[in-house]
Design a protein around this ligand. Sequence first.
Ligand code: R5P
Length: 296
Amino acid sequence: MKIISGPASKPLAEAISAQTGYPNVPVAAKVFPDGESYVRLDGDVKGEDVAIVQTTCPPAQDGRLLQLAFMADAAKRAGAGKVTAVVPYLAYARQDKMFLSGEGISVETVARMLGALGIDNMLTVNIHSEAALSKFPFPAKTASAIPFLAQYFVDKGYKKAYALSPDKGAMYIAYEAQQVLGGNAGHLDKTRDRYTGQTTQTGRGLDVKDQTVIILDDIISTGGTIVGAAKILKELGAAHVFTACVHPLLIGDAAKRILDAGVEEIVGTDSVPGPYSKVSLAPLISKQLKGANQSA
Ligand code: R5P
């Protein structure tokens, strides 16, 4: 197998290549003056199975998706064998059903587009809803980075910290972290108005007084969920509040608002490269690729 370094995930792809021992294929990428993307695989993939590592996070989700499509097409034309798309953050995964009449199912459109290019498998990380995986016309899998995020806090001396999910539906995340942290786990309750996007959070019955609490989520976007959760935790008497997420989108001044709300540290992964990508996905993805290659 060879690892193709998508322009959006070059350092991660190189780390995966180093950890798996699979050779790295660099990609030459540019944007034409009119805004169109260009990619060229700078290495031989003839007869090789390949994994294309390309996250599709903001900014430029659409451009990054198209770069992934172009790389898959280029790999197939160059005679590659099986093509695995490794997409740490999968754009449009949250629109996995029609919430309101007149909408489409964006993730299904993405899935069909990738299928049409001859992609054979996809690996993503903590997809927002596993239901989205069923929209893909080829095997699509999600792996969890939550144990790695929890281990970050154990390494910093926060074993036994309280693992908190900001809503009941994501309680599985708190439970996964609890396995590593070894403390208590719980959740807030959150409801969202589908028209305004406005959310309401409550912390009924939560006992976090004098505790160190880590709020864990799959995505931090505007930061509203974490800011609201931090306020509730402070009111309930939590001693220290941290937050960790797999996909630190942190749009606009989200990080500042979270820190201003009393959260002591923001920890994310390199699914979204940036100042808060403190945990690398390379070990998780390397293990998945090695496992898939051995069982093929
Ligand atoms: C929603 O269900 C997700 O799990 C996250 O909680 C959400 O995307 C976070 O968004 P924001 O940071 O804008 O509150």
